[in-house]
Design a protein around this ligand. Structure first.
Ligand code: ADP
Ligand code: MG
Length: 317
């Protein structure tokens, strides 16, 4: 039973950045407007994330870290099947099975906070919101720990997750520290300011904005001109219904537009959001994957290609 849960955890919690992603998504789901992320030793030693969201009522604390679907996983075969479909409601439980997890939380109407550690719920102190404190990741699964890269590399992956989420949510303030040193801090702002902070001045000085709709599709955001791309080679941020994705079809559509209008740009930089009816897209088929499947991929490709082309054509005309 324990082994199964650790294997299942491996699917959700591939590396420290996967913990950061799941815990940040929970914070935003809880309506937080301020999130503080403190990492130690690339996240392996510690990932402590504090939000000011609605908190968890004490009677739901045990359930929050329980494995909802464990009884359904009878064999490794089934486990794989479940994993490819993407199991939800498993993140905290998975994290708890491969780390020392402490959750401290307080709802608006509670007289004080509550804490759960090792399955035990006890009174605690703390403001409204939740702190998820993950220590000694993979302490009980040394094989998985061996797959981790250097502290700096793991931290880099974590920081990239924070940037992706912060770009999608300029209405939330974030701060990130590593080994006690402040790394990033973004106040609540508008998307143009947030993207300038995250992608750099070069991007904000040479970008074009777009916002187009056609039928059920809307695309909005910024595309950088070639001079802007020199800022970063990894400045491609695409969101589908607010979720970061790295998708071949979308990447291709954007590249094709750069090719067509500007006759190429090896590393176009952009921050683009595509919004559409959730019924027309299947996002996040696996917890650790960021792919999407569109019902009508041809029309999505055309829409993105034409919208980006028109935006880029504003200057080359
Ligand atoms: P899921 O997010 O898919 O429901 P998780 O394992 O990530 O599953 O979280 C389990 C539950 O714990 C959530 O449904 C939510 O009720 C609660 N929870 C987790 N993190 C927070 C948080 N930061 N603030 C409020 N509630 C939370
Ligand atoms: Mg979750």
């Amino acid at each position: 039973d324990n082994l199964i849960s650790q294997i299942a955890a491996g699917e959700v919690v591939e590396r420290p950045s996967a913990v950061v992603k799941e815990v940040l998504e929970n914070a935003l789901d809880a309506g937080a407007s301020n999130v503080v992320i403190r990492l130690e030793e690339g996240g392996v030693k510690r990932i402590a994330i504090t939000d000011n969201g609605r908190g968890i009522p004490p009677d739901q604390l045990t359930l929050a870290v329980a494995r909802h679907a464990t009884s359904k996983i009878a064999s490794l075969d089934e486990l794989e099947h479940v994993a490819t479909l993407g199991f939800r409601g498993e993140a905290l439980a998975s994290i708890a099975s491969v780390s020392l997890l402490t959750l401290t939380t307080r709802t608006a109407d509670a007289p004080h906070a509550w804490q759960i550690e090792n399955g035990k719920v006890s009174p605690a102190s703390g403001a409204q919101g939740t702190t998820v404190d993950v220590q000694d990741l993979y302490y009980n699964t040394p094989a998985r720990r061996k797959f981790l890269k250097s502290e700096q590399t793991e931290f880099g992956h974590c920081a990239e997750i924070v940037r992706r989420i912060a770009l999608a949510r300029p209405d939330v303030s974030f701060s990130l520290s590593h080994n006690g040193k402040a790394v990033d801090h973004w106040n609540v702002s508008a998307i143009d300011k947030r993207s300038a902070q995250i992608l750099g001045e070069a991007f904000s000085n040479a970008r074009l904005s777009l916002d187009e709709s056609a039928g059920p599709l809307r695309i909005h955001g910024f595309v950088g001109l070639p001079t802007a791309s020199k800022a970063r080679a990894d400045a491609q941020f695409f969101y589908v219904n607010g979720r970061f994705v790295r998708d071949k079809l979308l990447t291709h559509a954007v590249r094709a537009a750069y090719q067509d209008v500007l006759h190429g740009d090896r590393y176009p930089s952009y921050v683009l959001g595509l919004d559409l009816d959730p019924a027309l897209v299947d996002v996040n088929v696996h917890p650790s994957k960021i792919e999407v499947r569109f019902r009508d991929s041809r029309s999505v490709h055309q829409f993105v290609f034409h919208a980006v082309s028109r935006a880029l054509a504003q200057t080359s005309a």
